[in-house]
Unconditional design. Structure first.
Length: 447
C-alpha cells in the first residue's frame, strides 16, 4: 500500500516539531555520583554499578528528585531517601560505604565526585553520560561547561641535586615532568612550591643540603605549564640573596608569576592577582621554617636584601584583606615537620585561622610526605602535598605526592580532585593509576 506523499510530509514535520519542542522545553541536568571523602570509592566501574543495582551498595537520593531519578532508569536495590540536603550530608557522613546521586549544582567540596569508568565530570563534562532531562519550567540551574575553571596545585619542586643531574644527562629540562605535564597544561592556572633557588653563575654546592640549581632549569617550569610558584620556602636563600635575585629574574624572563619574597618586607605579603575569564584569583605565599631575611653584597658593593613572608598575623591579615578583592583566595604555606603524615599544632591552628578569614584554598608543604587534608566550611585545606619533583628516592613516602585539582564553577569552589603521583625508577614523576594505591593515599589524607 502506497502512503500518500502529503502524509509522509506531515509525519516528518510532526517529528521535527516534536524534536524542536523537546529542545526548547527540556533541560539536561548532569547527575553526579558522590561519596564522603573518607570512603573507599574513587572510580565507579561495572562491578560497583552492579552492586548498586543488587542493593549491596546503598544509594542516597533527595526526596524532591526521587521520581525523576527513578524515571531515568538508574538501577538501585537499596535506596535511602533524604528529606533535604542537610540530611543527605548526614547520611553520607554516617555511612561512608554509601553513595549519593545528586544534581550537579549541589556539588560540595567535602564530597568526592566519583569517576564513571575513568570519566571525571568536572574535567570532561561534555562526555559525561549520567544526565536527566527535566522541563525548563522546573527552573533548574542550567549547566554551562565554559564556566568551569581548573586550578591545579602541586607540592615540592627542587630543580637541583639529583633532578639537576637527570636534566643534564638527558639534555631535556622537561624530562622529570613528562608524566605530569599534560595535567598542568590542561589547567586554567597551575601552581607549585618552588623550593630551590636557580642561579646564573652556578657551581656545584659542596653541601648536599644546599638545594640550588642552574637558572636554565626554570625553563622546565614553563614547558610543564606552570603559571605561578610560591618562593616562600626555607631553601630559597641557599644561594644567598644573590641567588634569590637570580631566581626571580629567571622567572620574570619566562613570565612565571611568584609571590612570598621581595626586597621590601611589605611587598613580600602583596597578593598576586590573575584573571581567568570572569574569575579573579588572588595568590599569597608564606613560610614558617628557617630564615626569613637574606642579605648580600654583590661584586659592585651593592647591598642586596630579600625578605620572605612569614606567619605574622597582622601583616597576613592585611594581605588577605587586599586579596579579597578577588573572587578566590589561595594561600600557599611552607610549614610543619618533616617526614610525618600528621600536621602539627602550628599547621592546624593556622589552617583554622586562614579558614576563618574566608581563604578558599590552603595548600601546604614541607613534610615531604603527603599529609592529612581537611575541609572547614568553604575552605579546602591540604596540609602537605608531598614531593612533586625531588630526588628523595630513599622511601616510598618521599617518592609520593599529590596533585590537587580545584574546580571552580561560576566563582564557587565546586569540587576537589586528588591525583596521587610518584617518582618512578626512571626518575620522572607520573600519575599513579594503581587503584589500591590511590585508595590508600586517599585514606591517609581523609581518614
Amino acid at each position: 500500500m502506497k502512503i500518500p506523499r502529503k502524509y509522509l510530509t506531515l509525519t516528518v514535520l510532526a517529528v521535527l516539531l516534536y524534536g524542536l519542542f523537546l529542545r526548547l522545553f527540556l533541560v539536561s541536568v548532569p547527575l553526579l555520583c558522590v561519596a564522603d571523602q573518607s570512603s573507599e570509592f574513587y572510580d565507579l566501574r561495572a562491578a560497583e554499578l552492579q552492586k548498586i543495582a543488587d542493593g549491596e551498595i546503598s544509594l542516597i537520593i533527595l526526596k524532591d528528585w526521587r521520581g525523576r531519578i527513578r524515571r531515568s532508569g538508574v538501577a538501585a536495590g537499596d535506596v535511602i531517601v533524604a528529606d533535604d540536603l542537610p540530611e543527605l550530608r548526614r547520611f553520607l557522613r554516617d555511612k561512608p560505604d554509601a553513595l549519593a546521586l545528586v544534581p550537579w549544582h549541589y556539588a560540595d567540596i567535602s564530597w568526592r565526585t566519583l569517576r564513571l569508568d575513568g570519566l571525571y565530570f568536572w574535567e570532561n563534562p561534555r562526555e559525561y553520560p549520567w544526565r536527566l532531562s527535566v522541563w525548563r519550567w522546573d527552573k533548574q540551574p542550567r549547566f554551562d561547561a565554559r564556566r568551569i575553571k581548573n586550578i591545579t596545585i602541586g607540592g615540592t619542586v627542587v630543580l637541583s641535586r639529583g633532578i639537576g643531574n637527570v636534566i643534564d644527562m638527558t639534555g631535556d629540562v622537561n624530562y622529570p615532568w613528562q608524566g605530569i605535564t599534560p595535567v598542568f597544561r590542561a589547567a586554567d592556572l597551575s601552581i607549585v612550591n618552588l623550593k630551590s633557588p636557580l642561579v646564573y653563575n652556578y657551581s656545584k654546592p659542596k653541601d648536599r643540603l644546599k638545594l640550588y640549581g642552574q637558572a636554565r632549569y626554570a625553563e622546565s617550569l614553563r614547558q610543564a605549564g606552570i603559571d605561578f610558584v610560591s618562593v616562600a620556602g626555607n631553601h630559597i636563600g641557599d644561594a644567598g640573596a644573590i641567588g634569590i635575585r637570580d631566581t626571580l629574574d629567571a622567572l620574570d624572563k619566562l613570565q612565571i608569576q611568584y609571590t612570598g619574597v621581595a626586597q621590601e618586607l611589605a611587598d613580600a605579603y602583596e597578593p598576586c592577582f590573575v584573571q581567568l575569564g570572569e574569575l579573579r584569583v588572588a595568590f599569597l605565599a608564606v613560610n614558617s621554617v628557617g630564615p626569613n631575611y637574606y642579605r648580600d653584597t654583590d661584586l659592585r658593593g651593592t647591598e642586596i636584601v630579600y625578605h620572605v613572608a612569614s606567619f605574622l598575623r597582622e601583616r597576613l591579615a592585611q594581605a588577605i584583606t587586599k586579596a579579597r578583592a578577588a573572587d578566590l583566595v589561595i594561600v600557599m604555606c611552607n610549614w610543619g615537620d618533616e617526614y610525618t603524615a600528621q600536621p602539627n599544632k602550628f599547621q592546624q591552628t593556622w589552617g583554622e585561622w586562614l579558614a576563618a578569614q574566608n581563604v578558599q584554598i590552603v595548600a601546604g608543604d614541607q613534610a615531604h610526605w603527603v599529609q592529612r587534608a581537611d575541609f572547614r566550611g568553604g575552605t579546602a585545606i591540604s596540609y602537605g602535598l608531598g614531593n612533586l619533583i625531588f630526588d628523595q628516592t630513599w622511601s616510598g613516602d618521599t617518592r609520593e605526592g599529590v596533585i590537587t585539582r580545584y574546580f571552580v564553577y561560576d566563582k564557587k569552589l565546586a569540587a576537589v580532585d586528588i591525583l596521587p603521583v610518584f617518582l618512578n625508577d626512571q626518575w620522572y614523576t607520573e600519575i599513579n593509576t594503581d587503584r589500591a594505591k590511590i585508595i590508600k593515599m586517599l585514606g591517609r589524607m581523609f581518614n
